[in-house]
Design a protein around this ligand. Structure first.
Ligand SMILES: [Zn+2]
Length: 393
């Protein structure tokens, strides 16, 4: 009885294939076989069997110029428990093995499994060793366990390769392949990090929704968008001055930023090859482009007690763009942070007037990233509604 199945990743990393080797056999159908004495199947047997299987496999892999397989102790334990915990091990569905494995080891993005049964140790080893997938270079580990079931020996073998979970720290130590769990639909998928892109919007291949925005800072280190807001405060401007009009207050802050920072015009305003600046860097360097000045202004507005967010998205005249949105007494205003020339009250544009041209796709403040949770028309009319924007920690 042979039941090999191959499953490679959940995000189309490699083409999945099912080997058509299923040979259903009735257990104990050969009366001669019943007379054979089965060995004692204990830990010692398992260790020796796995050692021999791995030895044979690696000798074959060397011949194909493929790196040898190791054992993955945690998956090894899983395989043994899975086999031992099953009442009829010879009928184990390999899809259940995959599902349970990926539940417990989300980084196991490359998997193949094989279930074989035989009436002798030699036959079991021969069946398992004839498995085509053993030569596959994408697998790094082999984990096998044997159990006695009635008058047959049953072996479950799993080939695997685990990839690390995505973190900004890991990404900064070098690109490569990571796994991640989508905060929208909870599915686990693999992602390849191409470090040539300085700005990354990570999206889920299953629900197709973006869930993270990362950019390289001036030193080339990746940060989450929100971490570019460093708690900057414009000198001389404290919390909202109750004696002043709130809009006038905002203008005071905006003018300081506009007067100090020269707008650095890129060919393309907001693009993937661009480095972002923290609010401190833009203030110190006295220049920045749309996302840099938006980050600085939002950080300064938050320090002054305002609810403000950086919006990235599409501007009908410019293309990919970044701007500011601020909330004053329930009213929301778009601020075009690239305006340099003495901004006035008329430059605080109510979102309903701005919405035909400013189409936000992601928002962020110091704490959170926000992703569209409603139609493009609705999100462009309300940058602060929980119903329109899904907050991600
Ligand atoms: Zn998703």
């Amino acid at each position: 009885m042979l039941k090999p199945i191959v499953m490679l990743g959940s995000a189309g990393i490699l083409v999945a294939s099912t080997l058509g080797l299923s040979v259903p056999g009735s257990l104990g159908s050969n009366p001669l076989m019943l007379l054979k004495q089965l060995p004692e199947v204990d830990a010692e047997f398992n260790q020796a069997f796995c050692g021999e299987f791995l030895g044979n496999t690696n000798a074959m892999r060397v011949g194909f110029a493929v790196d040898p397989l190791k054992s993955d102790p945690e998956i090894q334990e899983f395989v043994a428990n899975f086999l031992n915990g099953n009442e009829s091990p010879e009928t184990i569905e390999l899809n259940t093995v995959f599902d349970t494995l990926q539940e417990q080891f989300p980084g196991a993005q490359y998997l193949a499994a094989n279930l074989v049964s035989a009436v002798s140790r030699d036959e079991l080893l021969a069946q398992l060793t004839s498995w085509d997938e053993l030569a596959h270079p994408e697998f790094h580990d082999a984990s096998t366990s044997v159990i006695k079931s009635g008058r047959r020996l049953v072996a479950l073998s799993v080939l695997s390769r685990r990839i690390p979970e995505f973190t900004v720290e890991a990404a900064n130590q070098g690109g490569g392949r990571f796994f991640n769990r989508c905060p929208h639909c909870n599915s686990v998928h693999a992602l390849d990090l191409n470090r040539k892109s300085k700005t990354l919007i990570l999206s889920c291949p299953d629900c197709e929704r973006p869930y993270d925005v990362l950019a390289a800072d001036a030193k080339g280190m990746m940060r989450r968008a929100k971490d570019f807001l460093t708690g900057f405060q414009v000198p001389g401007v404290g919390l909202i001055d109750a004696s002043k009009d709130k809009k006038e207050n905002i203008l005071l802050i905006w003018k300081q930023v506009a007067d100090r920072c020269t707008y650095e015009h890129d060919l393309s305003d907001f693009n993937e090859s661009e480095v972002w600046k923290t609010s401190d860097d833009t203030w110190v360097q006295k220049q920045g482009d749309c996302e840099d000045t938006s980050i600085l202004l939002v950080d300064s507005l938050i320090s002054a007690g305002y609810e403000a967010r950086v919006a990235i998205g599409w501007n009908g005249n410019i293309g990919q763009h970044a701007w500011v949105v601020v909330k004053i007494d329930g009213e929301q205003y778009v601020i075009e942070s690239t305006i340099q020339d003495n901004p006035g009250l008329a430059d605080l544009v109510p979102v309903k007037d701005a919405s035909p041209f400013y189409r936000p796709e992601q928002l962020f403040d110091r704490q959170y990233l926000y992703f569209q949770n409603d139609s493009p028309d609705k999100v462009a009319m309300n940058y602060f509604a929980d119903s329109a924007w899904k907050r991600i920690n």
